[in-house]
Design a protein around this ligand. Structure first.
Ligand SMILES: [Zn+2]
Length: 512
């Protein structure tokens, strides 16, 4: 797995794990409305979710689908909706192991952890494959679209609120990308589907139009408002649309597609209002009741899961954590040549299309800066230091970095690091502080690691000091190693020179 995806996975694992969330001082809030959406609780976000589920429901209804896969399915709510309304053969995958565990726990849905561009299923394993609000986060969007196409027998649905109509709009979105744990890095354009799904009946719709200023709360008003917002206009010419949904039929799509949308919307709203959606796992019969046979994501041979989760072809062993099989490959094949090989196999007589796909991957690529593994961190602007919001970072005329911030809690973020936690004892920081108007101050350093990718209070070390203008050297030990887990990697530091607004010059930062 590449560095960005690994980082995202760790972030998601923390996001979806109640025990870890508690460790960082918060209580678990499901991403999906796993307890149903009560009147009074409907938000615009829920409205958009319900819009996506209505399109999905309409596809399932009009095609009579008998099996379903949600790729990037989080807590399995969509798979549960499909299982309740359409077919028992409904399952979910996610990059995050904890997300899959929550889907087991809440809905007893069949899940496994995998990367979206390497799904452990045979060709055509599911009649409908759905991937919503996921593609924009992926480092391998083209391989993922080909993979969705491969495992789908009849229909692929891709939804993205970040989807754009043309290349100009895409260029603008791409220019604004910034690295974060769950960034929008791969912006899909309507034309991508023509490029990657030649011969398919590709229908690209606006996900939603006429968003309500106030989201209705009664079932009847919600149905009317949602049904009014779902149009069968082409996304590229629709006058107003929030987001894009591509419905890709392998054969010609049903002529009457969309004609029962009102019923689909009703089904979805009724399901969302049902507060009993969460299954009692102790009463559930079987995890998911259905998962097709798995194949090795490396060589494609069948994987024997009953005893040892070992590939019959290459012998690769897949791990199992709790009940979730983990199909994520730790070693990353050369991604560029893998893509080229795959494209050549997919489009054997179409060199032009292959070249266009490779150019698209180049356009979407977001190269990460190399992470630092030196203990003495370079204090130069172009090393990748950033200031808090409201803070101004500049290079000092002689040496070091200057942080000016009038707001509360000034802070400075290090470049990305890669240092083994168990080889570190602490951090030494020398700085000059001035412009403070409180007598006593707190100097604080937060640690961010691969396993705990957050700036959280427990992962900080603090020293109180009397403020007189001048130089200070702080030597602080690491927080209790038990907080981070085994074999963890330090990936960043956040340095707070003071709690109140200040002018500070950082002279040196050293890990010891
Ligand atoms: Zn294998």
């Amino acid at each position: 797995m590449d560095r960005y995806s690994l980082r995202t996975r760790k972030w998601l694992d923390l996001r979806f794990d109640p025990a870890l969330v508690e460790l960082v001082g918060h209580s678990y809030e499901p991403y999906q409305p796993v307890h149903g959406i009560r009147p009074g609780d409907w938000t615009l976000g829920h409205f958009m979710m319900a819009a996506r589920w209505s399109w999905l429901t309409e596809v399932l209804r009009s095609t009579g689908a008998d099996s379903f896969l949600d790729v990037g399915g989080a807590e399995g709510y969509v798979a549960q909706l499909v299982r309740t309304l359409h077919t028992p053969r409904s399952c979910s995958t996610d990059l995050s192991i904890s997300a899959c565990e929550r889907a087991h726990e809440f809905f007893s849905i069949g899940t496994l952890a995998s990367e979206a561009h390497r799904l452990p299923f045979e060709d055509g394993a599911f009649s409908v494959v759905y991937c919503a609000e996921v593609i924009e986060h992926l480092a391998h969007p083209i391989e993922t679209l080909l993979e969705l196409k491969r495992v789908a027998r009849d229909v692929v649905i891709v939804a993205s609120e970040e989807g754009v109509r043309d290349e100009a709009a895409r260029a603008e979105e791409l220019s604004e990308r910034a690295l974060s744990d769950h960034m929008d890095r791969s912006i899909t354009c309507a034309t991508d589907f023509e490029l990657l799904f030649p011969g398919w009946d590709a229908r690209i719709y606006g996900l939603c139009s006429e968003l309500p200023t106030e989201v209705p709360q009664s079932s009847r008003d919600l149905v009317a408002s949602l049904a009014g917002a779902l149009h069968l206009d082409d996304f590229r010419s629709a006058s107003e649309a929030t987001g894009m949904i591509a419905v890709l039929f392998k054969e010609e799509g049903p002529a009457e597609f969309g004609s029962t949308m009102l019923t689909s919307v009703r089904d979805v709203v009724e399901f969302a209002f049902d507060h009993s959606a969460v299954v009692d796992p102790s009463k559930a019969t079987l995890h998911g009741a259905y998962l097709p046979p798995r194949i090795c994501v490396k060589c494609g041979a069948p994987v024997e899961l009953l005893a040892s989760a070992t590939c019959a072809g290459c012998g690769l062993v897949y791990s199992r954590q709790w009940m979730t099989e983990d199909f994520v490959l730790q070693d990353e094949p050369d991604s560029e040549s893998a893509l080229e090989e795959r494209l050549n196999a997919e489009f054997p007589d179409d060199a032009e299309r292959v070249a266009a796909c490779l150019a698209l991957q180049d356009l979407l690529d977001f190269p990460l800066s190399p992470s630092l593994s030196t203990r003495q961190l370079p204090l130069e602007l172009d090393a990748g230091w950033t200031a808090c919001e409201g803070g101004q970072l500049s290079a000092h005329a002689e040496s070091g970095l200057v942080l000016d911030c009038d707001a509360h809690d000034p802070c400075l973020f290090s470049p990305e690091l890669y240092l083994k936690m168990d080889e570190l004892e602490g951090v030494r920081v020398a700085l000059e502080v001035s412009g403070l108007n409180s007598e006593k101050e707190l100097f604080q350093v937060f640690f961010r690691t691969l396993n705990r990718p957050l700036w959280w209070e427990q992962a900080s070390v603090t020293e109180a000091y009397r403020t007189e203008d001048g130089s200070y050297t702080f030597e602080l030990g690491l927080p209790d190693a038990g907080l981070f887990g085994d074999n963890d990697i330090l990936t960043g530091l956040r340095i707070d020179p003071s709690h109140h607004g200040s002018h500070s010059r950082i002279l040196s930062v050293e890990l010891v």
